[in-house]
Ligand binder design. Sequence first.
Ligand SMILES: Cc1cc2nc3c(=O)[nH]c(=O)nc-3n(C[C@H](O)[C@H](O)[C@H](O)COP(=O)(O)OP(=O)(O)OC[C@H]3O[C@@H](n4cnc5c(N)ncnc54)[C@H](O)[C@@H]3O)c2cc1C
Length: 375
Amino acid sequence: MFDRSEAQKILLENLKRVVDQKVAPVAAETDRSGSFNWEIVSLFWDLGLLQIMLPPQYDGWPENPSHTLCLSIEAIARGCAASSLLLIIQAVGSYPLIFAGNEAQKRKFCPMISHGRKLMGYLVTEPEAGSDVQAIRCTARKSGDHYVLNGRKVFATNGSVAGLYSVLAKTGEKELSFFMVERDREGISIGRIEEKCGFRGSNTAEVILEDVKVPAENLIGRPGEGFKIAMGDFDMSRPAVAALSLGLAEGALDYTVEYARNRQTFGKPLIEHQAIQFLLADAATLIEASRGLMEQAAVAFDSGRKNTKLASMAKFFCSDAAMKITTDMVQVLGGYGYIRDYPIERMFRDAKLTQIFEGANQIQRMIIGREISKK
Ligand SMILES: Cc1cc2nc3c(=O)[nH]c(=O)nc-3n(C[C@H](O)[C@H](O)[C@H](O)COP(=O)(O)OP(=O)(O)OC[C@H]3O[C@@H](n4cnc5c(N)ncnc54)[C@H](O)[C@@H]3O)c2cc1C
């Protein structure tokens, strides 16, 4: 575990209280109804959680923002994974602006986010392009001092609730570029809102762009830098998904240990059966290992060191661990683990997504393989 600054300690103490009192108690109902919880959103704005990655002059976290983001995500995911995803997508969606935008763009868009409290959407995935980002078809055609965007983006977290999007589009045959696009621009409409197996409190929508006119000054970086920016974004977002997975696994283990203390079988508490202890021991060990990888990857990002390999390791290890742990915790609860009245089945459904998004785990292994085979 890396040292926490005094400011981080205070933030995490407050956050633990807020999660216990206000976030965790509504997690089951949000999951059941599949509705987007705006009260949690405004609570997170009040706590400064949705602008952690912004530059400090725009109300971002002054030191070690990625580490702070990850610790906050972990704390929230212990009680509600879907709520913690709000922090990830806010950071992912604003990354192109923060790390590749010019000063004029930051002056224009950062206050919209922090003071205007706009949620971010990150529009990259398309029906024919998920893992293979370079296969996107959405186009941005230059027309005078504007670009005109046309395309269909799917699986956009916050898609129908965001006020501002980062959109990846083709500005040439083999040239991808990012644009900041305000939600209220003419030509933007919302398609399907996805019904999901887990993360049901998170909004996942299709966003359709038809002849959307965007000023040329909304292009982030230089034309053709979009792919590089998207790959850089992953170095920040993958430790964040690792943190979400870790929090989810910790929440599942905490609940299950308490349950196993109180449930009796064959005349003694479940927790005294060695076979059950082995499952709990495996979970506790995977959690400690997950924390080490996640924090290393986040701290490396903050220090400016190249963390691509570590970020992929953290993402796949922590999410595979969360999937194994939540599956095993269902087993410890037996039939009750499979019943909606108990939180473990929700955690089990939520864990699956962590192995898929921000680059599925096969892709993470490909990246690690590529990195270690480099001379
Ligand atoms: C709830 C949810 C929220 C999401 N939020 C966002 C968002 O906000 N913004 C956004 O842009 N996207 C988002 N996504 C999209 C997500 O990032 C993609 O689903 C993910 O990248 C995988 O792409 P795909 O679904 O098209 O799968 P595919 O690319 O079709 O892959 C299918 C499977 O094949 C494997 N695979 C693919 N290629 C290879 C290969 N070369 N070798 C071995 N295995 C391979 C993959 O690992 C995967 O298991 C979200 C998805 C979900 C489900």
